[in-house]
Structure formats: structure tokens, C-alpha cells
Write a protein that binds this ligand. Structure first.
Ligand SMILES: CC(C)(COP(=O)(O)OP(=O)(O)OC[C@H]1O[C@@H](n2cnc3c(N)ncnc32)[C@H](O)[C@@H]1OP(=O)(O)O)[C@@H](O)C(=O)NCCC(=O)NCCS
Length: 177
């Protein structure tokens, strides 16, 4: 088993992420949002990373990368953090097709759950998967996420609206006082 770690995204991750995203642009078109051509370039990724880090600075997100043997192989993160009576965030992830099926996403999600609980003190995480994305659903189930509903025509990908399963995972963080 190759090791998996996660860390906060850095400006220097742009070229590696652009390379991975460009490589899987068509393979992952069914699962990830469509993006403009610029997104798949180092310059485009530099702008994305700047925006992600600004969200992190504002306490709205924890944008991470998945690392194996010193190389970035994907992304895992928490976005849309809501405080007040919610104390929740939205989980997202992808791993390069070069590294699929080796448990990297499962381990990365386990690690980001710890950050959500210990560092961000969240009370709840949410996630969405397409009905047909069984690998992603397996990752969520492994980490105690439960499906609580189906949203019809929720996500537009590869020329059609797709139904999605909504998932929830309760954590131990308390409400803001
Ligand atoms: C989905 C994705 C994140 C999985 O990453 P990964 O690193 O291959 O995941 P892991 O190896 O940790 O675990 C995959 C699990 O799915 C299972 N799986 C894979 N294909 C499956 C299938 N067709 N049916 C059922 N289970 C499947 C594996 O057996 C494994 O479960 P196990 O460990 O209990 O055996 C990755 O393929 C990806 O990035 N896909 C494109 C983007 C995406 O879909 N992101 C998620 C959007 S919700």
C-alpha cells in the first residue's frame, strides 16, 4: 500500500494540478464540472488556487491536495463552510486516473474528516454523488456518510442533467457560542 497524505493547497501546485486535470479532462467529464480551456493550464490553475486560498483565509473552505510519495495526485477539500447554527461544510475530491483504485481517496477522506473535526470544529459534512458514481459512494460509505435523498436533474455533465444522491456525516463540533 502506497502512503497517502493531504495538505493545504499551495500556489506552487498549479503546474502539477493543470497536468493532471488536462490528462483526465475527457475521462472525468462525466463526473466533474465542465471548465473553460484556461482551467487546464498552469496559469488557469494559479488563478483557481489563489481563489481557493482566499476562501480559506476567510474561513469558508479548507482546500487540500492529495499527495503520494511526494507528488500531488489529486484534490480533497471542504468548501461552503457555514457557521452560526449550521457549522457545516461540503466535501469534494478527485484523484488522477493514474492512481485510481489504490485506496488514496479513501485515506484522503479519512484525513480530511479529522481536519473537519479537530481543526475546523464542524458539526456536519455534506457531499453529492451521481447515482452511477459507485466508487465515490463506496468512499463515502466507508467513512460513515449516509444517503438521505435524491436530487433529480441536480448536476449538468456531458450534455445532460444528472440525478444525484445527497450524503451527510455528523461530526462532533458544537454550535458557535
Ligand atoms: C471516485 C474517485 C474519487 C475514487 O478514487 P479512488 O482513489 O480510486 O478511490 P479508492 O481506491 O479509495 O476507493 C474506491 C472504492 O470504490 C470501489 N469501487 C470502484 N469502482 C466501483 C464500482 N464500479 N462499483 C462499486 N464500487 C466500486 C472500490 O472497490 C473501492 O472500495 P473498497 O476500498 O471498499 O474496495 C476517483 O475515481 C475520481 O476521482 N473519479 C473522478 C472524479 C469523481 O468522481 N469525484 C467524486 C465526485 S462525487
Amino acid at each position: 500500500m502506497s502512503p497517502t497524505s493531504i495538505r493545504l493547497i499551495e500556489p506552487s501546485d498549479g503546474p502539477a494540478l493543470a497536468g493532471l486535470r488536462a490528462r483526465d479532462r475527457h475521462a472525468y467529464a462525466r463526473w466533474l464540472p465542465a471548465q473553460p480551456a484556461e482551467f487546464y493550464t498552469p496559469q488557469g490553475q494559479a488563478a483557481v488556487i489563489e481563489s481557493l486560498l482566499a476562501s480559506h483565509d476567510q474561513g469558508l473552505a479548507w482546500p487540500g491536495v492529495v499527495v503520494c510519495e511526494g507528488a500531488v495526485i489529486g484534490q480533497v477539500g471542504i468548501s461552503s463552510i457555514l457557521r452560526g447554527p449550521f457549522q457545516k461544510g461540503f466535501l469534494g475530491y478527485w484523484v488522477s486516473s493514474l492512481h485510481q483504485g489504490r485506496g488514496h481517496t479513501s485515506r484522503a477522506v479519512g484525513l480530511v474528516l479529522r481536519i473537519a473535526e479537530d481543526e475546523l470544529k464542524l458539526h456536519r459534512l455534506e457531499a453529492h454523488t451521481q447515482l452511477e458514481n459507485l466508487a465515490s459512494q463506496a468512499v463515502l460509505r466507508k467513512h460513515g456518510f449516509s444517503p438521505w435523498g435524491i436530487a433529480h436533474d441536480h448536476f449538468y455533465a456531458e450534455g445532460a442533467w444528472r440525478d444525484e444522491v445527497f450524503w451527510e456525516r455528523r461530526l462532533t463540533g458544537g454550535p458557535a457560542t
